[in-house]
Design a protein around this ligand. Structure first.
Ligand SMILES: *Cc1c(COP(=O)(O)O)cnc(C)c1O
Length: 356
């Protein structure tokens, strides 16, 4: 028998979340973002739930090829573009759309021997200051791209730094409009947060990622509770050990938890080698037999220890949910000082995962 730990990808939840993205941006096409192996869900497992999308956005050429092998004949966008001249051969062979954010990429496209023009998304740096041309340099870059024979359609693209926060998108929208003034062509700006909360950024294509997986761009469950997003992954295990401890006894490495009275401790088959964050502090929520309780003691490589006070009937083999249908990944992430994105991407290879 394998360890009782496993992850389940909920196909119906993915499809429902995609429909919610579409309902929020009804006039736009959708790049369903499946980078990082579909945010840890597995590209092949996520694909059936997301196939009603208009296109897929990702980073790795290998993942793009895998999508073609899964039978996806529609658009695929390389969000970061490409890195080597040989990448352009793959882009050509598999008819990929690519981001372009610098002169070096334009030069590689210029030098390439292509069977047909490549569609690109020319990236404007509107304030994130990672990739792209500044608004001041954008027009010249666009004219330069237009002059490259191997380039087909040019979409204007930028990425928001604060669509999920108080700063919002005004400053970047202003920069984008300045840089794109007088330039025709389709536009692609919105990530999940902008898809949900900033309709004026929708334009021709939106690029939702995290919302498709049922987590919040802000990391706060409350921010998406009314939208109806459903968790696309459940990480579940079982109790594999029980301990009764007395007042003053400690639990786990470093004796970080000390019982204040007699209590029952449950040992869960899941640890940081499975991708559960080692930094999860005492009090991190966890669900045992459908009942919300908390982690006590330090997360170790293969085990977590939990407080069984609210579940006196729990025994060996009792089901434990680390996150998923009953416990929002955002709430677990918040306790750990991070966001759901990081937790779902970090589920380890050794955790068996299947779609249902
Ligand atoms: C990751 C990514 C997205 C999706 O962001 P979410 O916050 O997950 O919706 C959209 N666009 C680009 C360029 C990205 O890299």
């Amino acid at each position: 028998m394998p360890r009782p730990l496993s992850a389940t990808v909920h196909t119906a939840a993915l499809a429902s979340n995609l429909a919610i993205a579409r309902a929020h941006a009804p006039k736009s096409k959708i790049w369903a973002v499946v980078k990082a192996n579909a945010y840890g869900h597995g590209l092949a497992r996520a694909f059936p739930g997301l196939r009603a999308t208009d296109g897929f956005g990702l980073l790795d050429l290998e993942e793009a090829v895998k999508l073609r092998e899964l039978g996806w004949a529609g658009p695929i966008l390389l969000l970061e573009g490409f890195f080597r001249p040989t990448d352009v051969d793959v882009i050509d062979r598999y008819s990929l759309t690519t981001g372009v954010h610098c002169e070096e990429q334009l030069r590689m496209l210029e030098m390439a021997r292509l069977s047909k023009p490549v569609n690109i998304q020319l990236k404007m740096n509107t304030g994130m200051n990672r990739l792209g041309y500044t608004p001041e340099r954008f027009r010249a870059a666009w004219e330069r791209a237009r002059a490259v024979q191997g380039i087909g359609q040019i979409t204007l693209m930028t990425h928001f730094s604060d669509a999920d926060g108080p700063r919002g998108i005004d400053h970047q929208m202003e920069a984008f409009e300045r840089g794109a003034e007088g330039i025709s062509g389709t536009r692609s700006l919105a990530n999940s947060a902008a898809t949900l909360w900033h309709a004026r950024s929708h334009f021709d294509w939106v690029r939702p990622g995290i919302m498709l997986y049922g987590a919040s761009p802000t990391g706060k469950t409350a921010d998406v509770a009314n939208i109806g997003l459903r968790p696309a992954m459940t990480l579940a295990s079982e109790l594999i050990g029980l301990q009764n401890v007395a007042a003053g006894q400690t639990v786990g490495y470093g004796s970080s938890f000390s019982a204040t009275g007699p209590m029952r401790i449950g040992v869960v088959a899941c640890g940081y080698a499975d991708g559960y964050p080692r930094c999860a502090p005492e009090g991190t929520p966890i669900v045992v037999d459908g009942v919300l309780t908390r982690i006590v003691g330090r997360v170790s490589m293969d085990m977590i220890t939990v407080d069984l006070t609210p579940v006196p009937t729990a025994s060996i083999g009792t089901r434990v949910e680390l996150w998923g249908a009953k416990l929002s990944i955002d709430d677990v992430a918040a306790a750990c000082g991070t966001v759901g994105y990081e937790l779902m991407c970090a589920v380890a290879q050794r955790v068996p995962m299947r779609a249902e």
